[in-house]
Design a protein around this ligand. Structure first.
Ligand code: GUN
Length: 285
C-alpha cells in the first residue's frame, strides 16, 4: 500500500481545539438548536453526536425532539421561534423528515443567517456565486482535508462522483471556486471508470459500498471517500474499495476516520461563524 492516509480524526481534533479556544474568548456562548423529528435510529445517533460535540467545544447546544406525527405547521412554528430567539445562532433540522413533512418547506423556513447546515437556497445560491455563505458541512470538511493533502487545486482535474444537494453539488461549487477543473459524474455517466481514471482528485459520494475499484484510480491521485455503508457482516466501508485504491492513490481517506469526523467539526465552525456575525451586528447572510 503506497498512498498516504489522510487522517480525518486528527484534522477534526485540531479544528475542534481551535474552535474551543475561540469560543472561550467570546463573552457569550454560541447557541445551536438541533431539531429531530421522529425516531430514525441513524438520525438519533447523528443528533446525539452533534449535540455532544457542540457542548464539548463550549457551544450551548440543545436538541429539540418532536414526535414522528408532528404536523408540518407545528415544525414551521418551532423554526420561526428559533429564528426569532436571540440566544440561538445556528439551527439544524435533521434529515430525513417524516414523509408527511416537505423538507424544502422546512429548510426554506430557516433564517439563512442561522442556516449552519448550508441547505437554504439562499446559501446554496450564494455559494454558486462565490459569495459569503454557509456551505454544507461535509463538502466543507473535504475542502479542509484537501488543504492537508498538498494537492494544489488550481487547475487540477477534479471529478466529483455523486450529485446530491448535500454533498455532490456543493462540493463541485467549492472546488470550482477554488479554481479546480471540475467534472460531476453520477449514476447515468457513461464509462465512469474512464472518467475516474482522468482525475487527479476524486471525491466520491454515491452511497454504494466499495463501488470505486482500484483500476479506476490514476496513479498518485488524491481519493476522498464520503461514503459510509454498513455491510451485512457488520463492517463499515466507504464508496471506495480502500485497499485496492490505496495501492494506486497518492493519498486517500479511510472509512471510518476520514471525512466523517470533519463534518461535525465544520458544523461547529459554521455555528461559531454564525454567532460572531450575528452578535457582532454584521450577519454573514
Ligand atoms: N442527514 C444526513 N446528513 C445530514 C446533514 O448534514 N444535516 C442534516 N440536517 N441532516 C442530515
Amino acid at each position: 500500500m503506497s498512498a498516504r492516509i489522510i487522517d480525518g480524526r486528527a484534522a477534526a481534533a485540531l479544528l475542534r481545539a481551535q474552535i474551543t479556544e475561540q469560543v472561550a474568548a467570546l463573552h457569550y456562548r454560541p447557541g445551536l438548536a438541533v431539531v429531530l423529528v421522529g425516531e430514525n435510529p441513524a438520525s438519533a445517533v447523528y443528533v446525539r453526536n452533534k449535540d455532544r460535540a457542540a457542548n464539548a467545544v463550549g457551544i450551548a447546544a440543545e436538541t429539540l425532539r418532536l414526535p414522528a406525527d408532528t404536523a408540518e405547521a407545528d415544525l414551521l412554528e418551532l423554526v420561526a421561534r428559533l429564528n426569532a430567539d436571540p440566544e440561538i445562532d445556528g439551527i439544524l433540522v435533521q434529515l430525513p423528515l417524516p414523509a408527511h413533512i416537505r423538507p424544502r418547506a422546512v429548510l426554506e423556513a430557516v433564517d439563512p443567517a442561522k442556516d449552519v447546515d448550508g441547505f437554504h437556497p439562499v446559501n446554496m445560491g450564494r455559494l454558486l456565486d462565490g459569495l459569503a455563505s454557509f456551505a454544507p458541512c461535509t463538502p466543507l470538511g473535504v475542502m479542509k482535508l484537501l488543504a492537508t493533502a498538498e494537492l494544489p487545486l488550481t487547475g487540477a482535474r477534479a471529478l466529483v462522483l455523486g450529485r446530491s444537494q448535500i454533498v455532490g453539488k456543493p462540493m463541485a461549487a467549492l472546488l470550482t471556486n477554488a479554481d479546480a477543473t471540475v467534472t460531476v459524474a453520477h449514476s447515468r455517466t457513461r464509462d465512469l471508470a474512464a472518467e475516474c481514471r482522468r482525475a487527479e482528485l476524486l471525491v466520491v459520494a454515491v452511497g454504494r459500498p466499495e463501488m470505486v475499484r482500484g483500476d479506476w484510480i490514476a496513479p498518485g491521485a488524491v481519493v476522498i471517500d464520503v461514503g459510509i455503508n454498513r455491510l451485512p457482516d457488520g463492517r463499515l466501508v466507504g464508496d471506495v474499495a480502500f485497499a485496492e485504491c490505496a495501492a494506486r492513490a497518492g493519498a486517500i481517506t479511510p472509512v471510518p476516520g476520514g471525512v466523517g469526523p470533519m463534518t461535525i467539526a465544520c458544523l461547529l465552525e459554521n455555528t461559531l461563524e454564525a454567532a460572531r456575525h450575528r452578535r457582532g451586528g454584521f450577519p454573514k447572510i
